[in-house]
Design a protein around this ligand. Structure first.
Ligand code: NDP
Length: 234
């Protein structure tokens, strides 16, 4: 029986590459997303991760088709950059609500199924800036740092049930999110990355496929940097 893998936000960017990589790995892949076209072979259920009822209903719909979720990759995320002293409550809260609470909503529902299966792989897409910080991203870096605590608490809570929870901390990866950066900022960032280039979405997907594999069954609570050496896990 193939594994049911749920990736959030598989319509574009890193999420799309994640879904494609799990399809190529032979898994049954579905996504919780807000709309748009999906890669071949990926089943979608519409939900905004800020809506608990919609998230739960989407999991129910996908599990009715493909069986209990065994792998969750929580990828959906947003930025609302701005300097601390000018950042509104709304800009702070909205980023936390998607990146942190949205991840929590998906994880809570998925673990319910994983406990019954006595197997689970949870991969949270964090960020290098969750550990390093970044000016203009107090909201975003806080949300991503919190995912480390989340993965480690999940590990301690349900690690004995065959469930692992890890964080991938990507550095700068070429997607719509980084396309928004001004050209000179991109050049400056590139200069600070030991690999001297941005990564591609497939770099993140390869790490996720590993963390979700049987071979990674003894890896939990870890932060795996995929950042060309930018943060080195610090
Ligand atoms: P994109 O902006 O390209 O894609 C973001 C995805 O998240 C889209 O599918 C988007 O859906 C979805 N999404 C956003 N908000 C919600 C929501 N409320 N409910 C459901 N889905 C939502 O970003 P990336 O692919 O670059 O980023 C993916 C993840 O990787 C994010 O968590 C990001 O923080 C993280 N990351 C990215 C890095 C990079 O350099 N690109 C570096 C480090 C981490 P929709 O199309 O409907 O907006």
């Amino acid at each position: 029986m193939t594994r049911h893998v749920v990736v959030t936000g598989a319509n574009r960017g890193i999420g799309r590459a994640l879904a494609e990589a799990f399809v190529a790995n032979g898994d049954t892949v579905s996504t919780i997303y807000r709309g748009g076209d999906l890669p071949a072979g990926v089943t979608g259920a519409i939900a905004d991760v800020t809506d608990t009822d919609a998230v739960n209903a989407a999991f129910d719909e996908l599990e009715a088709k493909h069986g209990r979720v065994r792998v969750l990759v929580a990828n959906a995320g947003i930025t609302r950059d701005g300097l601390l002293m000018r950042m509104s409550d709304e800009d702070f809260q909205s980023v936390l609500d998607v990146n942190l609470t949205g991840t929590f909503r998906c994880v809570r529902r998925a673990v319910n199924s994983m406990m019954r299966e006595r197997f689970g792989r949870i991969v949270l897409i964090g960020s290098v800036v969750g550990l390093m910080g970044n000016p203009g991203q107090v909201n975003y870096s806080s949300s991503k740092a919190a995912l480390v605590g989340m993965a480690r608490s999940i590990t301690r809570e349900v690690g004995a049930r065959g469930i692992t929870a890890n964080v991938i901390a990507p550095g700068f990866i070429t997607t719509d999110m980084t396309d928004e950066l001004p050209e000179d900022a991109k050049k400056q960032y590139e200069a600070t990355i030991p690999a001297k280039r941005f990564g591609v979405t497939e770099d993140v997907a390869a790490a996720a496929v590993f963390l979700a594999s049987d071979a990674a069954g003894y890896v939990s609570g870890a932060v795996l940097p995929v950042d060309g050496g930018l943060g080195m896990g610090h």
